[in-house]
Design a protein around this ligand. Structure first.
Ligand code: TMP
Length: 205
């Protein structure tokens, strides 16, 4: 049996990393072998690209450069880690994937969806996540959480209006394909969110 690709998405401070761990444990308890990874990143080359794309540059970094780096990291990640794992029957749990590109570079930066479609066709070929869990949070609440943990990258620093466009894009994409997406209100206790995440994972059986 081929492995399944399960993706966690959401705005800054939605709790993806915590819940990605939970997804891994849940799948392992149900007898699956699991690889937990993230984008941009997940392999040494893709992590090197991550460092380039998340840091600030005095010369600036335009949307197209950002878009191409995201897909360069994704191509390396798919080739060296994701596809081999899926082919070997392992489930892959990925903290962000291509929906993030539509949300951040598309809705956030204003790049054209059809340009992203083109790169997605080139890099993903026929690969689609089996399930995308969107952890939905009000950007103002998310920003507070991010501040609390002190981490910061170029995207954390974007204005609330940018984060609001990102959020809307995730919700729009989820509405288009309700069978492959689960939108979960992330502004609740960890236990309440986890119960909904577990419910969404039941669909994979
Ligand atoms: P995170 O892993 O801490 O969420 O940080 C990754 C950042 O990269 C996050 O702010 C969203 C951004 N990102 C994009 O802009 N486009 C993408 O395609 C991906 C995967 C992430």
């Amino acid at each position: 049996m081929k492995g399944r690709l399960i993706v966690l998405e959401g705005g800054e401070g939605a709790g993806k990393s915590t819940h990605a761990q939970f997804v891994r444990e849940w799948l392992e308890r149900s007898g699956r072998r699991v690889v937990l990874t993230r984008e941009p990143g997940g392999t040494p080359l893709a992590e090197a690209i991550r460092a380039l794309v998340l840091r600030g540059w005095d010369e600036g970094i335009d949307g197209t450069t950002e878009l191409l780096l995201m897909f360069a990291a994704r191509a390396a990640h798919l080739q060296a880690l994701v596809r081999p794992a899926l082919d070997a029957g392992q489930d892959v749990v990925c903290d962000r994937f291509v929906d993030a590109t539509y949300a951040y570079q598309g809705a956030g930066r204003g790049l054209r969806e059809k340009d992203i479609d083109l790169l997605a066709g080139l890099v993903l070929k026929r690969l689609r996540p089996d399930l995308v869990i969107v952890l939905d949070i009000d950007p103002a609440v998310g920003a507070q959480r991010v501040q609390g943990r002190g981490a910061s990258n170029r995207f954390d620093a974007e204005a609330l209006a940018f984060q609001a466009r990102v959020r809307k894009a995730y919700l729009r994409r989820a509405r288009r394909e309700p069978k492959r997406y689960a939108v979960i209100d992330a502004d609740r206790s960890r236990e309440a969110v986890q119960a909904d995440v577990a419910h969404a994972l039941e669909r994979l059986k």
